[in-house]
Design a protein around this ligand. Structure first.
Ligand code: KIV
Ligand code: ZN
Length: 502
């Protein structure tokens, strides 16, 4: 058995299925590029048959991403498999992932089909996909609630039909670690041709056990783990990539020092990007990537850390690319120091992006004495993303106070033209949003609004994450500035641009 763990990232497929997470093509390409820098082995880029947008995004990723295998999902239906192949075929390493449910519940109520038919359809689908490409994954959906004997039969049959990976999903997050580990062991012991395929696992987090179940599966012989950045995904999400990787790495002693090709120092950056683009804020106590993950508050802990870090720290924050909030640059820092620090943080900008980011850094340094890594990352992430959005903020003025009706005048730029409108509102932020609505003429509902300080101190950057609803289509937006009204306006325009780009 190989000692390499294949990291199969499904942030762009199962992760993007999370309600409200939807990403446009440009954002999917950004995430795919971050996943490539992170070193994932396989990117499940989408479900091509599900929409034209998904098809085009998978195709664009397959065309431009070099390194990881690019995978497309398909039901066990010819037209799904055709679409998956047509989208992934541009990749040097394409994979088709076919799934069909095997649990009694799914077969009876969802598919209305008997075991024999399911077995036949699974085999036919794999054989059909195999005509297109050699790399085929098959998932018996709801495997953890399937009858074991039937599951073994299906797994054996699809391997004979040409599946090179068999993925065992805990689709509804129902399994418990020991039970799930024993299922993997039983598959190894009862499927005669199992040595011809890689066993993969795909765990959901409904009981908070996705990572534990995946790790138990690894102990029992699984060699591919399907996971997502920040654990985003359907309902309570999928197993989190960063937790799986860091658990296997930190506890190599019990997992047998398995080989993982992930560049750990890219974890924090990838996590921030996914959070930013999906609008899913990371809980401060989230393992590995939460802002509190490496913070020590209790006096006894701080004392211990000062004496010897390993007293209370099992992972060095820098190992996952988290450099803390330490002061790095200030008003007098030059361009060289700025670009060097960005490289250390894992950002490789074009000369044009660097120029723009440097201008924003200088503007920020004029307003803010202490510039932290998180400030830099916020600026740079904004710049990297600023690829000609339709609407751009030119300027705004607000008038607000306890004795007056708040008003705002907002000036937006669209294709080089300035459009300005004034509006009153319940507060200065509301007045700005109303003015923007009048300019763009798009009737959106504000569904969610969160404001957070990115770093510490009164002059910290305020970051706004919000969600807009346009007739059921949800778009998230994020903006940051030392002025929280500006952060709000930027976040609102960001979401409007996403709506427009859809
Ligand atoms: O959770 C699940 O069963 C899936 C399959 C498509 C693998 O996402
Ligand atoms: Zn899933």
């Amino acid at each position: 058995m190989s000692d390499k763990i294949i990291i199969f990232d499904t942030t762009l497929r199962d992760g993007e299925q999370a309600p409200g997470a939807s990403l446009n093509q440009r954002e999917k390409l950004e995430v795919a590029s971050a996943l490539t820098h992170l070193g994932v082995d396989i990117i499940e880029a989408g479900f091509p048959i599900s929409s034209k947008g998904d098809f085009e995004a998978v195709k664009a990723i397959a065309k431009s991403i070099k390194g990881p295998v690019i995978c497309g999902l398909a039901r066990a239906i010819k037209k799904d498999i055709d679409a998956a192949y047509q989208a992934v075929k541009f990749s040097k390493g394409p994979r088709i992932h076919v799934f069909l449910a095997t649990s009694k519940i799914h077969m009876k109520y969802k598919l209305k089909k008997a075991e024999d038919e399911i077995l036949r359809l699974a085999v036919e689908a794999v054989k059909y996909a195999k005509k297109y490409c050699s790399n085929i994954e098959f998932s018996p959906e709801d495997a953890s609630r399937s009858e074991r004997e039937f599951l073994f039969k299906v797994v054996e049959a699809v391997i004979n039909a040409g599946a090179t990976t068999v993925n065992i999903p805990d689709t509804v997050g129902y399994a418990e670690p020991e039970e799930f580990g024993s299922l993997i062991k039983a598959i190894k012991e009862n499927v005669p041709n199992i040595h011809k395929a890689i066993i993969s696992v795909h765990c959901h987090n409904d009981l908070g056990l996705a990572v534990a179940n995946s790790l138990e599966a690894v102990k029992n012989g699984a060699r591919q783990v399907e996971c997502t950045i920040n654990g985003i995904g359907e309902r309570a999400g999928n197993a989190s990539l960063e937790e799986i990787v860091m658990a296997l790495d930190t506890r190599g002693d019990i997992f047998g020092n398995l080989k993982i090709d992930i560049k750990k120092n890219q974890i924090y950056k990838a996590s921030r990007l996914v959070s930013k683009l999906t609008g899913f804020v990371i809980a401060p106590n989230k393992a590995i990537v939460g802002t509190n993950a490496f913070r020590h508050e209790a006096g006894i802990h701080q004392d211990g850390i000062l004496k010897e870090r390993s007293t209370y720290e099992i992972i060095k924050p820098q190992d996952v690319g988290f450099y803390g909030v330490g002061l790095v640059l200030g008003k007098h820092s030059g361009r060289h120091a700025f670009s060097e620090r960005l490289k250390q943080l894992g950002f490789h900008l074009t000369a044009q992006q660097l120029n723009k980011a440097f201008v924003r850094f200088k503007q920020l340094a004029d307003k803010k004495k202490n510039i932290f890594d998180d400030d830099l990352m916020a600026i740079v992430e904004d710049e990297i993303r600023a690829i000609k959005p339709l609407w751009q903020l030119d300027s705004f003025v607000v008038n607000s106070g306890t004795q007056i009706t708040p008003t705002a005048t907002v000036r937006l730029k669209k294709k080089g033209k300035i459009l300005a409108v004034s509006s009153a509102g319940d507060g200065p932020v509301d007045a700005c949003f109303k003015a923007i609505d009048k300019i763009t003429n798009i009737k959106v509902k504000l569904q969610d609004y969160r404001l957070e300080a990115v770093t510490s101190g009164k002059d910290a950057l305020g970051e706004v994450n919000l969600k807009l609803d346009l007739k059921g289509k949800i778009a998230s937006g994020r903006g940051s500035s030392t002025d929280i009204i500006e952060s709000s306006v930027r976040a609102y325009i960001d979401a409007i641009n996403k709506i427009e780009s859809k």
